[in-house]
Every structure is written in structure tokens, then in C-alpha cells.
Design a protein around this ligand. Structure first.
Ligand SMILES: O=C(O)CCC(=O)C(=O)O
Ligand SMILES: [Fe+2]
Length: 262
């Protein structure tokens, strides 16, 4: 098994730092990609990874990492253009592996519609929930879009790509109850999440059920990592502000979560 990503275990040290983004590289102010900085422990001493000029001079938008109970949030990390490109990529994914409404083992339909990209996809039906190598139609899952893989490699690890990128679609009135992501074999790997479209109220609880919770509105282009001590926090989406973004012509919210499964 590949070693655990360098980010895990040190996420709190990132809190409050400022980051800029280039096309597929995510840079800390002062130079170095996140992954390289984590590996070196200090940074990019020879400057090879340092993008030329200051972030402001390059016109990069800056984002400050914030931590909500150890969940690392990068507000607005994906530029509007990258968001639009990613939506195009997701349209192609959905042509190969259409969104479906998952049903719980008790027969209750979930309110999100979902599909996946990658080697494995998450499915739920009367037999329960699990990762499967094929879409319920029998089709292969599409490849994970490059923009998503680039973010994973920058923010998590270049050693191993995620097996699954779960694609959730939240229409008007859709929510997702508090849960843990624990269908994966190795919790050393974080879950990387990307929000697109309408704003969603994301609630974070504790690593055990119950207790106080805190919430944050996630906006289009926000990226977050649940890793380290926050890998198994309960989380969910209480509601979306339908129509708050113009990214998706029909409205709604898309959330992508990348996971190492096996
Ligand atoms: O939509 C979100 O922001 C979270 C999605 C989620 O928790 C999941 O798919 O497991
Ligand atoms: Fe989740």
C-alpha cells in the first residue's frame, strides 16, 4: 500500500495560510505546491516549484485556508472558468454513467441523485450500499476528470490517485443527513470534496454520533479536505440555496468527493 499522504496529521498547520491557484497548481503565498511543502517540511528552497511573480501579479485569486473542526476548507479555490470546464467534464461523465436515485436497503429513496467516476463507484440499492466496479446499467464508470485529479495530486498526494470520485446532485429541497464516510478500507487517506453550483449548508459534528455541530455555507469552487483527526467526523448537508449560483443552468448543487477505496 502506498504510504499515507503527507497532509494527513498536519492539517491544522495550514489554518490561516494564504493560497493561490494557477491552472492546475495550488500554491502557497511565498512559493511551493502544498504537496511539495508538506514533503519538504518547510518549503521549496530551490524555487523550482515557485511560480514566477507574486500571486497578485499573476492575477491569481488568493484563498485563505480555514479549519472547521479539523475539516480544511479552501474557499473559492476553483476559478469560475475551472468550474465551468469541470461542469463540461461532468456532463460527459453523466452521458456514460447517468445519474440515478439510490435506494436504501429499507427501500427508501435518497433525495440526492448520484453517479461516479473512477475505478469504482458508490451504489446503494435493496442489497445495501457498497462500491461497485460498474454503474447499475453495466457501463464502466468514466475516468475522473483531470481537473479533479490535479487538485488531488496538489492537495493530497501524487503517489496514489483516488479510486472513486462520487458525484452528487442536489436539486431543490435536497439534503443529506449526518453520516460518516466509512466505506473505505484505509482512513489514512483523506476525502477531498469539491462544491459546484448552488450554495449548500454543510454541517460538521463529531467523530461519534451526537453532540454539538457547526455549519458553514459551501459555495461554488470551494474545496475541502476531511483528513487526519477529521477523517471520520459526522457531516451532512442541511439544505441548499436553490438558484443562488448561475453555474448550472437548471440550478442545483453538485458535490464531488474523491476517495481511496481499497
Ligand atoms: O455534498 C457534500 O458537501 C457532502 C457529500 C457527502 O458527504 C458524501 O457524498 O458523502
Ligand atoms: Fe460524506
Amino acid at each position: 500500500m502506498a504510504s499515507c499522504p503527507d497532509l494527513v496529521g498536519v492539517p491544522d498547520t495550514l489554518d490561516g495560510q494564504r493560497w493561490s491557484r494557477t491552472l492546475l497548481g495550488v500554491y502557497r503565498e511565498g512559493g511551493g505546491t502544498l504537496q511539495a511543502l508538506q514533503k519538504e517540511g518547510i518549503g521549496d528552497s530551490d524555487g523550482i516549484l515557485q511560480p514566477s511573480g507574486t500571486a497578485e501579479a499573476r492575477g491569481d485569486a488568493m484563498t485563505t485556508v480555514v479549519s472547521l473542526r479539523g475539516v480544511q476548507i479552501y474557499p473559492g479555490l476553483l476559478s469560475p472558468q475551472m468550474q465551468a470546464n469541470l461542469v463540461e467534464d461532468l456532463r460527459a461523465c453523466a452521458r456514460q454513467a447517468p445519474f440515478f436515485t439510490p435506494v436504501t436497503a429499507s427501500g427508501k429513496a435518497m433525495s440526492v441523485r448520484l453517479t461516479s467516476a473512477g475505478q469504482m463507484g458508490w451504489v446503494s440499492d435493496r442489497r445495501g450500499y457498497r462500491y461497485e466496479r460498474r454503474h447499475p446499467s453495466g457501463a464502466e464508470w468514466p475516468a475522473i476528470p483531470d481537473i479533479v485529479l490535479g487538485l488531488w495530486r496538489d492537495l493530497v498526494s501524487g503517489e496514489r490517485d483516488p479510486d472513486c470520485c462520487l458525484i452528487n446532485y442536489y436539486g431543490e429541497g435536497t439534503k443529506m443527513g449526518l453520516h460518516q464516510d466509512r466505506d473505505e478500507a484505509d482512513f489514512q487517506w483523506p476525502v477531498l470534496s469539491i462544491s459546484l453550483g448552488d450554495e449548500g449548508l454543510f454541517r460538521v459534528g463529531n467523530t461519534t454520533r451526537g453532540g454539538k455541530t457547526e455549519s458553514v455555507w459551501l459555495r461554488s469552487g470551494d474545496v475541502l479536505l476531511m483528513g487526519g483527526d477529521a477523517r471520520l467526523v459526522y457531516h451532512g448537508v442541511d439544505r441548499i440555496r436553490f438558484g443562488s449560483s448561475r453555474l448550472l443552468p437548471q440550478g442545483g448543487r453538485i458535490n464531488l468527493t474523491c476517495r481511496v477505496v481499497t
